[in-house]
Design a protein around this ligand. Structure first.
Ligand code: COI
Length: 343
């Protein structure tokens, strides 16, 4: 792979103990272009601005998908979490948006090379990590509506502290929808996030941190939060809404479900109605609620507003302690696991 390194790294000017999510980028990025039906050999180049035509298709019609991955420090190495699963998931998103899939090796090998180059940028502070943002967008210079014939794949890295630095106050959204049956809600499509912003902004103006989306048909079942999948513990059972065409199949979500089963924690993936949730809060069988995601990692939910009533939720349940410890140990490479790639 062709690698063009920066002459001088910017790392010496960065305090990795102070970095915030999404604000600091490392020195290099991966780039590959799709043209004439094939992806070009990926290259690593200095992180830089792009020059785009105002008619670039993605800017108008939203053919753009992304992934979010993490690398954690292990001595002088980096531990990449579930890279193959991210390679597979971006292809599901690409297919849904009529975009060309990326060969798994192109995705994984180019990102591994990038991480080899950037591993000194991984913060060592507890709760911090290197966020990796691969994305693909349509680049045809054409204003007609059709799938683009050319695309660009880029992956860059960003050292970060926790996405959320405190427990969240959430509000259940029962008017707006982020996704619809038959739509693109399960994909990591840029437009899903655009669709969520107004409702989230309104909730934030009311003093909440995030929303809990409900199903778009009846607004009776909880689905996911803006940046996270949802979990709750009810009567000793770890529960999460089952994935559907309107819910992102989170890789952290999947990891927690699989590990919970290995740890013999009773676990259910099912439709969770708002009624079931509120009853569990009222009769005190709800023992904890949290969100999960690559960026959000595991974020506790402190209170939840359902209509006009705000319920204070219990502190994290002991059931979760082993689960969270186990996933953290895997992500930090403290135990060998098929999910991790040490670079
Ligand atoms: C992630 O967790 O990787 C996400 O994509 C969430 C968000 C920052 C958009």
């Amino acid at each position: 792979m062709k690698i063009t390194k920066v002459e001088t790294s910017r790392l010496q000017n960065i305090d990795l103990n102070e970095v915030q999510f999404g604000k600091t980028m490392t020195d290099h990025m991966v780039v590959s272009h799709f043209k004439n039906g094939a992806w070009s050999e990926p290259e690593i180049v200095p992180y830089q601005n792009l020059s785009l035509s105002p008619a670039t298709s993605a800017l108008h019609y939203g053919q753009a998908v992304f992934e979010g991955m993490s690398a954690y420090p292990k001595d002088d190495k980096a531990v990449l979490f579930r890279i193959k699963d991210h390679a597979e998931r971006i292809n599901k998103s690409l297919e849904r948006l009529a975009m060309p899939t990326i060969p798994n090796e192109l995705f994984t090998e180019s990102i591994i090379e990038l991480i080899k180059l950037e591993k000194d940028w991984i913060p060592k502070k507890d709760g911090s990590y290197l966020y990796i943002r691969p994305f693909v967008f349509a680049t045809d210079e054409y204003v007609g509506v059709r799938p683009s014939s050319e695309y660009t794949f880029i992956a860059f890295c960003s050292p970060t502290g926790p996405y959320y630095s405190k427990k969240l106050k959430v509000k259940v959204e029962t008017s707006y929808s982020r996704a619809a049956p038959g739509g693109v809600g399960f994909a990591k499509a840029a437009g899903n996030y655009a669709a969520s912003l107004l409702a989230t902004q309104k909730a934030q103006a009311e003093g909440f941190d995030q929303l809990i989306w409900t199903d778009p048909k009846e607004h009776k079942y909880i689905e996911e939060s803006g940046t996270m999948n949802l979990f709750c513990v009810i009567d000793g059972v770890l529960m999460t809404p089952s994935t559907s065409e309107t819910i992102l199949a989170g890789i952290t979500r999947d990891s927690l479900c699989k590990l919970a089963k290995e740890l013999n924690i009773p676990t259910k993936e099912k439709r969770i109605s708002l009624d079931e949730l509120t009853q569990a809060i009222q009769n005190k069988t709800l023992q904890a609620m949290f969100g999960s995601g690559t960026a959000a990692t595991i974020t506790e939910i402190e209170s939840i507003a359902v209509g006009d009533i705000t319920y204070k939720l219990p502190e994290l349940n002991t059931l979760c302690v082993d689960l969270f410890k186990t996933i953290k140990e895997i992500k930090h490479g403290k135990v060998d696991h098929e999910w991790t790639t040490i670079v």
